[in-house]
Design a protein around this ligand. Structure first.
Ligand code: SDX
Length: 418
């Protein structure tokens, strides 16, 4: 077993700690015996250098701008596979065969319908209630309609609950929106694919026709895939912590939704659109870029920079292509996108940003893409919830899941597994 030796300069004591080797990325030091051996604890503000578990789900190389789900590059998954295939991959460690996909998707279509009683939860909220308050309550309330016992002990019981949550969340998000507008709820349509069905529930009216183009379905599907997981971020850590007490996934996902509510996390794409709107005209972009570069001005360009990616966020690259395609095919020309394009054009060539590795992140494009999909801003973060729920995974030894590529102990900012 490889190891690292630490010397305590106070006592001169030298202690060996095991080195856990990862297949990709940095190895990690197992310091679980630190207090027993040397009487110390560690301090790591923000857990930026601390792994909370081993995992075979997601790997990020921030310097290279690389993101892998179960060993697959994110660009490959978002371009060649749909979101439900990616959910299957995250849950089971392998992409589904056509037969496995058929069974999984049919099951998810049936599970889209929440118990009718859940509607009383929405009616309890004023229409102007924040959608994340409504959504986190509705997800927690799903447990009241899970008539089998909630004290799950087997992988099968857990996966059944995970599939129900993944299938029902889009319906709950659509109901949240419909309630906020005073619109009638639209039942899920079992004949429509996952992402098409969501747009249908958001746009349709009883006895009316609804127009949904394939390019819109593909763009939304890519957004769900690109948001499906991102190692040990705040919301995943919240889900993991709740799961670790033995609480069921409904409680854990509800906690994760509340963590994602924050502007620094799930709300970042809303901040991007707010800022583009505040800038208001492409002629003002230069002045705001100057403010972003001014050390005496705390103004920052929303959607630029990332704690981990010191290169282009690979998810941003996919979304930029999707947004340009959507804009061209639907003939969307919006002032906000014009301003965004100008900011990107300047920032990608300006030494202030390039020298600090400040590149557009996922939020810089997802906000303008959702606007192009006519998704109201208030629903941006609930859309993020749909994507991120796709990896409600069983808290079990990673070795039991068969990753497509070799498994690994990812970088210290690890993801959770429940
Ligand atoms: C997300 O998947 C998910 O879980 C979603 C998500 C994810 O993990 O991907 O959570 C989504 O986190 C994307 C980030 C969303 N936030 C924003 O877009 C807000 C704007 N970005 C910044 O606030 C900032 O870039 C951070 C917080 C994201 C990252 O900051 P860092 O890497 O810690 O950089 P830093 O604060 O140490 O700053 C380094 C330098 C400083 O200048 P100097 O002191 O060297 O002169 O870069 C400057 C900063 O002032 N800087 C910026 C800037 N971000 C950093 N200057 C202008 N505009 C910015 N956006």
């Amino acid at each position: 077993m490889k190891s690292v030796t630490l010397t305590d300069n106070q006592s001169g004591k030298r202690v060996e700690f095991p080195l856990l080797e990862s297949v990709l990325g940095s190895h990690v030091i197992d310091i679980s015996s630190l207090n027993k051996e040397l009487g110390y604890f560690t301090y790591d503000n923000g857990l930026g250098m601390t792994a909370s578990c081993t995992s075979t789900i997601t790997y990020i190389d921030g310097d290279k701008g690389e993101l892998l789900y179960r060993g697959y590059e994110i660009e490959e998954l978002a371009t060649n596979h749909n979101y439900l295939e990616v959910c299957y991959l995250l849950l089971n460690g392998e992409l589904p065969t056509p037969q496995e996909y058929r069974v999984f998707e049919d099951d998810m279509r049936i599970k889209r319908y929440p118990n009718e009683g859940i509607k009383k939860i929405f009616e309890a909220f004023p229409d102007k209630a924040h959608p994340m308050a409504v959504l986190s309550s509705a997800v927690s309330a799903l447990s009241a309609f899970h008539f089998q016992h909630l004290d799950i002990k087997t992988h099968q019981e857990y996966m059944e609950m995970a599939r129900r949550i993944i299938a029902k969340i889009p319906t709950l998000v659509a109901y949240t929106y419909r309630h906020s507008m005073g619109y009638p709820y639209i039942y899920p349509d079992p004949n429509r694919y996952f992402s098409e069905n969501f747009l249908y529930m958001m746009r349709a009216f009883p006895n009316g026709k609804v127009k949904i183009s394939q390019v819109e379905i593909d763009a939304l599907d890519a957004i769900f895939t690109l948001h499906a997981d991102h190692e040990q971020n705040a919301s995943t850590s919240a889900v993991r912590l709740v799961c670790s007490t033995g609480a069921h996934p409904y409680a854990a996902i509800s906690a994760g939704i509340n963590a994602l509510w924050g502007r620094a996390h799930g709300g970042a794409n809303e901040s991007v659109v707010d800022q583009l709107e505040m800038i208001g005209d492409v002629s003002k972009v230069d002045a705001f870029i100057a403010r972003a570069k001014d050390p005496n001005d705390d103004f920052r360009l929303m959607g630029f920079g990332h704690r981990v990616y010191k290169n282009f966020d690979p998810r941003a690259r996919v979304l930029k292509k999707m947004r340009d395609k959507l804009q061209a095919e639907l003939g969307i020309s919006s002032k906000i996108i014009e301003i965004a394009n100008r900011i990107e054009e300047i920032a990608l060539n300006d030494d202030y940003f390039v020298s600090r590795n400040l590149y557009p992140n996922i939020d810089f494009y997802s906000g303008t893409l959702l606007l192009a999909l006519q998704i109201p801003r208030s629903m941006f973060t609930p859309i993020f919830v749909i994507g991120r729920t796709g990896r409600v995974d069983y808290p079990m030894d990673g070795a039991k899941t068969r990753p497509k590529r070799q498994n690994h102990t990812p970088t210290p900012t690890l993801c959770g597994q429940c």
